[in-house]
Design a protein around this ligand. Sequence first.
Ligand SMILES: NC(=O)c1ccc[n+]([C@@H]2O[C@H](COP(=O)([O-])OP(=O)(O)OC[C@H]3O[C@@H](n4cnc5c(N)ncnc54)[C@H](O)[C@@H]3O)[C@@H](O)[C@H]2O)c1
Length: 349
Amino acid sequence: MGRPFRVGIVGCGQMANTWVTCLQREPDVEIVALADLDLARAREMGVRHGLEVPLFAAVEDLLDEARPNLVVDTAIPEARREICVAALERGCDVMAEKPFAPTRADAEAILDAVARSGRRYLVMQNRRYEPHLRAIRRAIEQGLIGRVEQIHADFFIGAHFGGFREHMEHPLILDMAIHTFDQARFLLGGARAETALCLAYNPASSWYHGYASAVCAFEMEDGAVFSYRGSWSAEGFRTSWESTWRIVGSQGTVVWDGSTGPEADVVVEEAEGFLRPSRRVRIDVEPMDEQGHAACLREMLEALRTGRPAETESTDNVESARMMYAAIESAAIRAAVHVADGSPVAPRS
Ligand SMILES: NC(=O)c1ccc[n+]([C@@H]2O[C@H](COP(=O)([O-])OP(=O)(O)OC[C@H]3O[C@@H](n4cnc5c(N)ncnc54)[C@H](O)[C@@H]3O)[C@@H](O)[C@H]2O)c1
């Protein structure tokens, strides 16, 4: 076992509970401090989890006084840059909740701090640790449907959260679609998106102030097209939180409703004719000991222990985040943009 992890938790709201529970199972992890702008929340978290540790209101005080070597940022996205840059600059590795950062400028500032400090920034993408999704990726890698050329995800859940999401400009894209964008990249073996075209909208009956609905199309670097249709203000026929998926390859299609077993429909080899005969193939799903947060956290810790890259290492995960920034930038100018930097895509000549 490598050096023990001395962990400082910054942001003691709802999500931090899951992290603390998972961290307390690890033999080489010691939670050494808690911080929250609202000290009462840090105090409640300590009591709830039996942690008798110093409490701080400011991340800088936690860093200077408790001297963690790993900071967990479970605060709100708007505070991510401040918390993570401070922690990286003081020599800590950082694990943060999704999204990577709420803006492109914040993401670049965090990447700069990673490069300057030589420390690591890892992001929670719990929805890629799902057994059906992993089974689909394995089936794709084994060539079940040939070369993947189209991938389509639908997400429709009328979610009445109340609170901050109802006041964000882009609640769906920043708070939810990031999961789906990252899942699409996962299914495509980590492919980056090159261009994005997005229409963000807010139906008259929506209870959100910002754009809680969007239709997006991405051109991926491997030539596939990924489409996303999502809404948090759509009542009726709710989809799964994982979205419903249709993945179309050169030899067939995988469909997945996001909760039950995925299925493939594959053309019979050398078949000809107007509508080619096809056969249904069940995709074997291997059970996972741990899923979601527990699995992603364990993978990130293992990556730090061994020095290998994590699945959600900053250099990779920023590519999922850039899809989010590009979608928002495209929606603003009502035209396609490059995912790498948000610049407009020239029209086809
Ligand atoms: N992965 C998932 O499935 C999932 C689900 C829900 C939320 N999240 C993410 O988790 C993060 C936290 O969400 P939540 O639902 O727990 O929110 P929350 O509002 O319950 O908690 C956030 C806490 O951060 C504190 N905070 C804000 N700014 C701070 C700062 N500068 N320094 C210290 N503390 C600060 C707030 O006082 C609050 O206690 C967000 O990034 C959110 O997107 C992820």
